[in-house]
Ligand binder design. Structure first.
Ligand SMILES: NC(=O)c1ccc[n+]([C@@H]2O[C@H](COP(=O)([O-])OP(=O)(O)OC[C@H]3O[C@@H](n4cnc5c(N)ncnc54)[C@H](OP(=O)(O)O)[C@@H]3O)[C@@H](O)[C@H]2O)c1
Length: 329
């Protein structure tokens, strides 16, 4: 497994990180034993970065990871945790809180659920519009000093927030959606990260399965049931892009998912791809993408099949798009 350094100040991690969100309900039901077997298979294949959020299944995802890591050396894995999203007992989304006291409380609970004495990369999942980023990051810097957090990351924020945050404490990486059909970061956010020495952990590289070549309609409780790209005419147009990608992939001995993942991985040494495999068969396919080295002609052919800006529909529903500081560029 290739290694990449996360930003100027961050740790060295595998070029592929395992995103564990889908193992805790965000994409419908997941099978616990298979989820744990997938985490184990990823670690055995050399994956060293695991990504979670305290709100994925309201603690379920952290407890799952703790179980998967039981008995394994703590220093072999880099754990990235997001906080801030507020949920009610029924799983409803009820706001966002990145005030210092809320962050410290969330951190205390995450440490217990994960069964660890520190978190490697800790980050607010979104910008809290009610709290200056300097306050959130300033309080996180106290937690770095106290040894509870090793590194500070951010998620889905734009250039101005990145600059303000980096002036308070080094920022290791920005977690943000990046795929063949979500290339908005290339215009401003990615250049800002590069100027500031901030790495990227790219999520949604398969656009939540849309670019996987294994499309199936979403069931109840699945994020995709409400995602604009998976609705009606948008879906038909997006699946036509997938067909075009499939032809290019096949000619190169790759699956659609592998072409989409390899394209993200080829966008820079400062980019670590988070893949949301939640079964071992998906992981095996994902790992294949990291054995493929795309030549410039392959990248050009992939981009011709799925041109920048060709996706139909936004990456989130309108209400969620409004919370994305990153969309300001
Ligand atoms: N910071 C943020 O705002 C944010 C937002 C979202 C995610 N994330 C993080 O990023 C991680 C990855 O994001 P994601 O899960 O949305 O992205 P993704 O990798 O684009 O999509 C994962 C989904 O793709 C489907 N899939 C089909 N074939 C696959 C294959 N061969 N390999 C892998 N997946 C395949 C699976 O769908 P089925 O369910 O149909 O099996 C899986 O649930 C998450 O787990 C989470 O840790 C962060």
């Amino acid at each position: 497994m290739q290694q990449r350094k996360l930003g100027r100040t961050g740790p060295q991690v595998s070029a592929l990180g395992l995103g564990c969100m889908g193992m805790s309900g965000m994409y419908g039901a997941a099978e616990r034993a298979e989820s744990i077997a997938t985490i184990h298979a990823a670690l055995e294949a050399g994956v060293t970065l695991l990504d979670t959020g305290d709100f994925y299944g309201m603690g379920h995802n952290e407890l799952l990871i703790a179980e998967a890591l039981k008995g394994r050396p703590r220093d072999r894995v880099v754990i990235s945790v997001k906080f801030g999203a507020q949920r009610d007992p029924a799983g409803g989304w009820i706001g966002f809180d990145a005030r210092p006291a809320a962050m410290k409380t969330a951190l205390a609970y995450s440490l217990v659920r994960l069964g660890v004495d520190h978190i490697d990369i800790y980050r607010p999942a979104r910008l809290d519009p009610a709290v200056p980023i300097e306050e959130t990051v300033g309080a996180m810097a106290e937690m770095v000093k106290a040894g509870m957090i090793r590194h500070i990351g951010l998620s889905e924020v734009g250039s101005e927030t990145l600059r303000r945050a980096a002036a308070v404490h080094p920022i290791t990486d920005l977690q943000i959606e990046y795929s063949l059909i979500s290339r908005g970061i290339e215009d401003a956010v990615l250049p800002t990260c590069r100027a500031l020495g901030i790495g990227i952990t790219a999520y949604g590289a398969l656009s939540r399965g849309l670019l996987s070549g294994h499309y199936r309609p979403a069931g109840a409780g699945d994020f995709r049931a409400h995602s604009p790209r998976f609705q009606g005419e948008n879906l038909a147009r997006n699946l036509a892009l997938v067909e075009a990608l499939a032809a290019v992939a096949k000619a190169r001995g790759l699956t659609v998912a592998q072409a989409a993942l390899a394209w993200v991985a080829a966008q820079g040494q400062d980019i670590v791809t988070l893949a949301g495999a939640r079964r071992r068969d998906q992981l095996a396919e994902t790992l294949g993408a990291f054995e493929a080295a795309l030549a410039p002609a392959d990248i050009a052919a992939i981009e011709a099949a799925v041109p920048k800006g060709s996706a139909a529909g936004e990456r989130y529903a309108a209400a969620q798009m409004a919370h994305l500081d990153s969309e300001k560029g």
